[in-house]
Design a protein. Sequence first.
Length: 313
Amino acid sequence: MRHFLRDDDLSPDEQREVLELAARLKADRYAERPLAGPRAVAILLDKPTLRTQLSFAVGVSELGGYPMLVDGRLAQIGVRETVADTARVLGRQVAAVVWRTFDQSRIEEMAAHAGVPVVNALTDQFHPCQVLADLLTLAEHRGGPAGVAGLPGRTLAYLGDGANNMAHSYLLGGATAGLHVRVGTPAERSPRPEIVARAEEIAALTGGSVVVTSSVQEAVAGADAVATDTWVSMGDATAAEEAAALFAPYRLDARVLALAAPGAVVLHCLPAYRGNEVTADVLDGPQSVVFDEAENRLHAQKALLVWLLGRLS
């Protein structure tokens, strides 16, 4: 039984396989129908959502299945009944569980008891499905004729909160893809040391590298992609004023983007707050691929589900 709870649950070869399948499914959206029946997939949503709900619901439907959307506020998983009991109930009725929730320990407990593949649709620590979509987008725009095979050796810079789920997933997922991942963040918001260490371990095998720096110049210089995220993530207790003072030097504007390689693409997982983490001229400019990136959630997640369902034995 395989799950996708964090980015390094896929080996480099497995990640490449999923991304190549995603590219094929983007070209032929109904080529795979493993959920025909229809078989249900539980999509549990504890946090606000648009792209996650949309992309998984559409994706499960296109794979021939039934997306069973569950409002976490009503289900109260871990409050009305334990995560383990909920997992045992779900696993007897659905083909897979997709969960957008809070602490990583919750989804790990779900995976331990569900008996079906469990997919992390965002936790406080990781956002691995988003990074699969980002890698697919980078392959399309900067992979050259080789596509996904052209990812190793490319450089991805991330600016902003280095302690949030996107930074952690960029480190792990990017290293797995053989990228040179640079995180530009204030020292007091550096990624968790164990995540950096794990990313460095993976990068040593894939030919990638990992840099965490407080210098915007060092992070962005010559990068093929520049990514950012909201200054205050869901569930973060940091006040907006405090975040603005801390992260304003890491705002992605035209001056910063000019440090990147010619033709570098701009990534943002959305929702974006123009004038905060990114300026409107950059987010809406010719180098922005954020809406390709949002669409690619659909194709990457479909490929992931197909891949996981093919490994049930």
